[in-house]
Design a protein around this ligand. Structure first.
Ligand code: HEM
Length: 215
């Protein structure tokens, strides 16, 4: 039980730190996204900066809401307090996911790394809502375990941005690839990792009912 508690604490710690980082970086320290946009040197489509920035602000806001609401709904203490709140918060998660995907749809054609990166993001725009809606369909059918497992798969994609940036840094700074090449590799490696890691969690920690003990 004790170990189970610490798995949830670990998830909560990483998620909350990342939310604080994303909010501080994108709204306070670099609201013009200058460091990120400086790498967009070979854009094929013209980028309307003010529209792009506003879309990005909405994107980051709902990405953070998705991360927080998803985290809360994995807590059994929260679930036990009120099933109704779990349900409402679940819809907040779904709406947030859809808004992240819609805003991503606007930004994807201008993605760093060009067409191949755009294709990766468009793939994400299909996978993520599909998994999230599957989780909803499962709970409507009263399939609790399947609902939980699809939510684990869906929630993993809240870590997309973190994974892309960590992988981009690894390939760019660690292996000396160009930034845009590293970013494209980062997008595809992130998709692969975010599909594999939840399967490992479902088959290992998930079997120990760690979510059920996450108080
Ligand atoms: C849920 C956690 C997420 C956060 C906190 C987040 C945050 C951000 C931020 C801050 C940017 C601006 C560029 C940068 O600094 O990286 C961005 C760009 C972008 N995000 Fe997200 N994002 C998340 C998830 C996603 C997901 C799941 C998708 C796809 C379904 C997505 C698609 C995009 C796209 C297409 C761009 C533009 C990339 C580019 O211009 O190269 N994001 N995101």
């Amino acid at each position: 039980m004790k170990r189970a508690v610490s798995w949830y604490s670990l998830l909560a710690g990483v998620s909350i730190l990342f939310i604080l980082y994303a909010l501080a970086k994108n709204y306070v320290f670099d609201p013009g996204a200058e460091s990120f946009l400086s790498h967009k040197t070979e854009l094929k489509r013209e980028l309307n900066l003010s529209v792009w920035l506003n879309v990005m602000y909405v994107h980051v806001a709902f990405a953070c809401v998705a991360m927080l609401s998803g985290l809360l709904n994995f807590s059994i203490r929260f679930f036990e307090k009120s099933r109704k709140l779990h349900r409402i918060n679940g819809y907040v998660y779904i709406v947030s996911v859809l808004l992240v995907v819609v805003t991503s749809g606007y930004m994807a054609p201008h993605a760093t790394g060009g067409k191949i990166s755009s294709m990766g993001f468009n793939l994400l725009n299909l996978i993520w809502p599909a998994m999230t809606i599957t989780a909803l369909v499962q709970i409507k059918k009263k399939q609790i375990l399947k609902h939980r497992n699809w939510m684990i798969r869906s929630y993993a994609f809240c870590f997309t941005n973190m994974a892309i940036h960590l992988l981009t840094s690894l390939f760019h700074q660690g292996f000396g690839f160009t930034y845009s090449g590293s970013y494209t590799i980062g997008v595809y490696c992130a998709i692969a990792l975010l599909l594999i890691i939840p399967e490992v969690i479902i088959r290992t920690v998930g079997r120990q009912r760690w979510f059920a003990a996450s108080r």
